[in-house]
Design a protein around this ligand. Sequence first.
Ligand code: COA
Length: 136
Amino acid sequence: MELTAATAADAPDMAAVHAQAFDKPWDEADFDALLDGGSGVFGFVVRGEDPAGVLVCRTRRRGVGQALMTAALGVARQAGAQAVFLEVDVGNSGAVALYERLGFHRAGLRRGYYDRGAAGRADALVMRLDLTSGPD
Ligand SMILES: CC(C)(COP(=O)(O)OP(=O)(O)OC[C@H]1O[C@@H](n2cnc3c(N)ncnc32)[C@H](O)[C@@H]1OP(=O)(O)O)[C@@H](O)C(=O)NCCC(=O)NCCS
């Protein structure tokens, strides 16, 4: 067994392994785009006689979510909005932390708000940001 870090050159093998495991597989172009080196994605390929297994990860937390939210809140402020509300899965601790950092506060709970299919339903936190006091 040989385990190597994945590169775009592995895209055909990764697509082949993926197609054995999923009904709607990612194709070679999908893996090629993911592994282009600029999107925070990394992966590994295990080969035996044939490609035997693949893993793909994406690193986040590079300021993208905060930049998007800050831009959106800026537009809302300019449009004269006084408050912003959003819903977020109660278990999505990363997103909750992001919103709290931006000044959102927990304002309520919507039980069973998200349909998770076979996993059942999940509650949503309602979060509110007051825009009348200026950016944090
Ligand atoms: C939640 C999500 C939007 C965060 O975006 P991101 O680009 O990874 O986050 P950022 O780099 O902008 O993080 C900004 C701050 O948010 C907080 N934060 C973000 N992700 C976090 C995590 N996983 N755990 C704890 N805090 C987190 C931190 O305070 C972070 O600042 P720091 O890195 O200086 O500590 C992103 O993980 C994502 O897209 N998740 C899947 C989709 C989703 O859940 N969307 C929200 C639906 S309501």
